[in-house]
Design a protein around this ligand. Structure first.
Ligand code: BV8
Length: 227
């Protein structure tokens, strides 16, 4: 059985990471176009670097850890290794910390930095600013950015995701508001015989495309569904 899982910010909410569109929405105080677009970065790189530095520091806080939903997905992958793919819109590393291996972080990773000139990727746990020298080429000052997909930028892994979705027997969407594309459109790539299940606190604009909608918290409902 080929299983495709898509997760959004809702799966990390109970681990203490704020979602984007909840009351404690991340974007508050910062219009999206100021902090999550290439233009915003060009206009005010310091503001954008600090926005991600704050999120990186928060993610590395000792209190932040995978919750039972992350753990259940990692365990399920171990039991179904050959035909399983986890796609996350999240840029935290909680799936990886829980033990998930087959992960496509389609919107990038908060704990990586990328050189705009060389494309080099680095594991990055410190603050980034506009004067951070490139680790191997110090002459490249201020060329490092968060390895994160901003609005208007191409997400990662789209071909692999689409090809897997077309052949999936089960598609499980967990904790996503289904408003950001192309992630929100993955459900439409699944075949006619695919069982589509949505786990969320409430309805989303895509809920009617699912065969089953399970309403409740991810940390309770995901382990229950996968057991
Ligand atoms: C693209 C990384 C072209 C950054 C993110 C105008 C100009 C350019 C593009 C567009 C445009 N208009 C529209 C677009 C397309 C745009 C888009 O979709 N915009 C939306 C706003 C309309 N998309 C793009 O720009 C994408 N790129 O289009 O490139 C292209 C595309 C294809 C092919 C060729 C070219 C790039 C989008 C990626 C942007 N980057 N993140 C960062 O993180 O800082 S998006 C951001 O939103 C996060 O990744 C986040 O994951 C994502 C979606 O949010 P969710 O994860 O769903 O989180 P949210 O808070 O919204 O919802 C939480 C859900 O959990 C809720 O439903 C809640 O009920 C539930 N929940 C809460 N607690 C729990 C729970 N469920 C269960 N248990 C709980 N405890």
């Amino acid at each position: 059985m080929k299983v495709l899982v898509l997760t959004g910010a809702g799966i990390s909410a109970e681990s203490g990471i704020p979602t984007f569109r909840g009351d404690d929405g991340l974007w508050e105080g910062h219009p999206i176009e100021d902090v999550a677009t290439p233009d915003g970065f060009r206009r005010n790189p310091r503001l954008v670097q600090e926005f991600y530095n704050a999120r990186r520091r928060a993610l590395l806080d000792a209190a932040i850890a995978p919750n039972p939903a992350h753990v259940a997905l990692a365990e399920f992958e171990r039991q179904h290794d050959d035909d399983f793919l986890l796609v996350t819109q999240n840029i935290d590393d909680l799936h990886q910390r829980a033990g998930s291996r087959k992960v496509i972080a389609m919107h990038g990773e908060l704990l990586k930095a990328r050189c705009e000139q060389t494309g080099d990727l680095f594991d990055w746990r410190e603050d980034l600013d506009c004067q951070t020298p490139h680790p191997h080429r110090p002459e490249l000052i201020g060329t490092l950015r968060p390895h994160v997909v901003w609005f208007g930028e191409m997400p990662f892994g789209l071909e692999e995701i689409d090809s897997f979705a077309r052949r999936a027997d089960l598609f499980l969407a967990i904790g996503t508001s289904a408003v950001v594309y192309p992630a929100a459109g993955i459900v439409q790539s699944t075949g006619p015989d695919c069982r589509r299940v949505e786990i969320n606190l409430g309805d989303t604009p895509q809920s009617d495309r699912f065969d089953e909608t399970i309403r409740g918290k991810a940390s309770t409902e995901v382990p229950k569904f996968l057991e």
